[in-house]
Ligand binder design. Structure first.
Ligand code: EPZ
Length: 417
């Protein structure tokens, strides 16, 4: 398994281009199941999770062609309604095929995704919403078995503004009979991007980006050609990297509006942030102020930026409190950061971070996607060498991360031991 070796202490300088958003591309590629005909998606990131979803879609009968960042999908041949365990376990967002399969084939058998390192991640709200729309759902042998005589519009209240739950229900509702209202819906930019894609396919969705979404079902949808929005979490990760290394980095092809909360907090730490259209120049400062954060559903501070921000706070001046309110176990990176000299105390869903003058390089192990990014960030600023193992976690969500950092002047390389 590959490892990444980083020699810390070099300030990052130069320009970096942000790739398409993983969490927008996944539901949008899956939305191709809702229609027959050729959909064309550009700016699709080259990630393990994207490869997994393309494999799943082709298993279901969709035709797929990939040419660099352009992916063409024709689900006219959709004929299989089963998403097998060995595919779903690799990528839990596969559960997003449930809504489209029910809408298109009126049946679906999808493996339960199971938990993951950051939490139990149940899908009860996905299932409750689909039941409200007239699906009969059974859980058998680790699978969701769902059938319907035809989905009907319904009023759905989500106890939690679940991102993929909102996306699953929104896709199912596009072909349901009548109007579906989803209350307490998620309003992340990736949810808005999916709704925009569906509306370009002929769906009738209103209110997306707010907390109540109305979807008027139509009889069919037509294929679409569209560009995937930039990955806001990749952009935020590079902003933290510039702050940590006291660098000067221009981040291109990003959407600053999607990162308001993170930019606000980074500015409070002292980071210079100059926004110009879809590029952001970030200039690190010698002193880093300690800032408290609490992760919240959008537009609050994104949970996917929590681990990265914690690395910055671990070398800040003073004490910061980091509260994780979205997932119950998203402090796994703390133990590895402490091995690098960070001074962090965790109590429940809050971490108290006391800034130290510097971190020291060490062999560390990645455990999940964003935790692995945080360990790379720590290596960029630590004294000495850091070796991050199990970087397959990183490859799920970051396109050529070590190459992008190397182009910015970092001493970083990937080795296959
Ligand atoms: C999406 O996951 C993202 N993944 C996650 O990004 C992101 O961290 C998360 O939203 C929160 O922003 C994709 O979009 C593919 P949720 P999702 O359903 O939809 C609970 C990354 O690093 N919940 O919004 O699975 C759940 O346990 C990944 O790119 C229920 O209780 O997250 C969690 O505590 C990690 N029942 C909270 O809601 C449900 O039916 C938010 O989860 C669904 C969710």
């Amino acid at each position: 398994m590959d490892k990444i070796i980083v020699e810390g202490g070099r300030p990052l300088k130069g320009e970096v281009k942000i790739a398409g958003s993983k969490n927008a591309a996944l539901p949008i590629l899956i939305s191709s199941l809702l229609t027959a005909g050729m959909n064309v998606y550009t700016n699709v990131p080259d990630l393990k999770d994207i490869q997994s979803i393309k494999l799943l879609l082709s298993t279901l009968g969709a035709g797929i062609e990939t040419d660099g960042g352009t992916v063409r999908i024709n689900a006219g041949g959709l004929c299989i309604h089963e998403a097998p365990y060995d595919l779903v376990r690799k990528m839990r967002a596969s559960i997003l095929v449930l809504g489209p399969l029910l809408a298109r084939l009126k049946k679906a058998r999808v493996s339960l995704p199971g938990g993951c390192s950051i939490g139990a991640r149940p899908i009860n709200l996905h299932l409750k919403g689909l039941s409200r729309m007239g699906a009969s759902i059974e859980l058998k042998h680790g699978y969701v078995e769902a059938t319907t005589d035809g989905l009907k519009g319904s009023e759905i209240y989500l106890d939690i503004p679940t991102v993929t739950g909102t996306e699953n229900l929104m896709m199912a509702a596009t072909l349901a009979e009548g109007v579906t209202k989803i209350r307490n819906a998620a309003c992340e930019p990736e949810v808005v991007a999916l709704a925009d894609a569906l509306n370009q396919m002929g769906a009738r969705i209103q209110g997306v980006g707010g907390t109540t979404i109305a979807i008027e079902g139509v009889s069919s949808l037509h294929p679409v050609s569209l560009r995937i929005i930039p990955d806001r979490i990749e952009a935020g990760t590079f902003m933290v990297a510039a702050a940590l290394t006291r660098g000067d980095v221009k981040i291109l092809n990003c959407e600053p509006d999607h990162l308001e909360a993170a930019i606000h907090k980074l500015r409070l730490t002292g980071l210079g942030v100059k926004i110009k259209g879809n590029s952001v120049r970030v200039q690190g400062q010698n002193s880093i102020a300690s800032v408290d954060i609490k992760t919240l559903p959008y537009p609050g501070f994104p949970t996917d930026m929590q681990a990265q921000f914690m690395v910055l706070m671990s070398v800040a001046d003073g004490l910061s409190m980091i509260s994780e309110t979205i997932f119950e176990n998203r402090f796994i990176h703390v133990s590895e950061l402490k091995r690098m000299g960070a001074d962090i105390i965790v109590s429940g869903n809050t971490a108290m971070v006391k800034g130290v003058p510097n971190l020291s390089g060490a062999p560390v192990m990645a455990t999940d996607l964003r935790a692995s990014a945080s360990l790379i960030l720590a290596g960029l600023v630590a004294h000495g060498q850091t070796t991050v193992s199990r970087v397959y976690h990183l490859d799920r969500g970051y396109e050529m991360m070590e190459k992008k950092f190397a182009q910015l002047g970092a001493a970083i390389k990937r080795v296959d031991p």
